[in-house]
Design a protein around this ligand. Sequence first.
Ligand SMILES: Nc1ncnc2c1ncn2[C@@H]1O[C@H](COP(=O)(O)OP(=O)(O)OP(=O)(O)O)[C@@H](O)[C@H]1O
Length: 342
Amino acid sequence: MTDQSNRFEADHAVAADMPILSVRGLGVTFDGERERPFGPPKKIQALDNITFDLERGKTLGLVGESGSGKSTLGRAILRRLPISEGRVIFDGRDISNVKGEALRRLTRDIQLIFQDPYTSLNPRMKVLELIAEPLLVHGLVSSLEEARDQVGELMRLVNLPLDALDRFPHGFSGGQRQRIGIARALALKPRLIIADEPVSALDVSVRAQVVNLMQDLQQELGLTYVFIAHDLSVVRHISHDIAILHRGHMVEMAERDALYDTPEHPYTKVLLSAVPEPDPALRRNGDCALEAHRPPELNLSGPGCRYRDCCDKSGGHCQREAPPFAKHRGGHWAACWHVSTD
Ligand SMILES: Nc1ncnc2c1ncn2[C@@H]1O[C@H](COP(=O)(O)OP(=O)(O)OP(=O)(O)O)[C@@H](O)[C@H]1O
């Protein structure tokens, strides 16, 4: 175990058996457009009744199509937007309503890795400034020179050469920029990292390197990840558990191999059937699985399962009542009347 790892552990003495993150009945509602002048804004329910636990040191892969609520869930956990319903418990503490200094402190513990390393790094700041900025903002160092050693150690962690410190980000490749973004996210020694599509903007050839780096860092520093992706092929390698979002609802969650080998929810099966086929025209059931972006508010009318219109198993029960997100065979959690319980 390295010194860096010891430092992380010493700083974060916690009950090891408690999930680092528990989300209970989480709902997030946005104000949409007004239907008439001066009328009330339409309500957009981006997330509804999301419940899951994430164990310390593990990765939850969060998968869903565009508009399914992945980023909203990430931002709700980070407390960057108001929670309408339910609770987010981080390290045994309810953080659903934290404000002020407590929220500021929380941003040290939970960090975000952005999707696009081209736009997320200020082009006018040198790498030293970019990585040192969180340390300066949180008052952990008082000058760039004081930060230099810590930043150098972060550069070592993400396999970037030290001579990069005094250069601007435009001189780096996408993969190297994402390493800078990761070093910046690590600067405050977070325990939980929300990685919002961290490899989607990168060339396919460097995606695996960044995913492998994140895995190595997880081992070395004991990090926990929520790894967001819009497709199941990206999260397989890195995830311990995988959760599937569909129109603001969690429809299935299971241990990685169980989800790929024996998917339970019809929507998961359709997403999986789309994974190996790169040509969208050839994807099976493509109309429903890979639907064009449809805001969730269009789908909230009436009772019943939100997937009912796309499901070939849909029957009367599915039309009348939404299935609960419940535990089923083989440890799968799924929201479907057609999955049998243990
Ligand atoms: N600030 C906001 N105001 C109003 N609606 C919003 C806001 N942010 C998100 N939404 C809506 O909430 C829903 C979920 O959006 P979200 O960005 O979380 O989806 P996503 O799964 O991350 O999609 P993508 O993969 O395209 O990023 C969408 O209908 C989106 O239009």
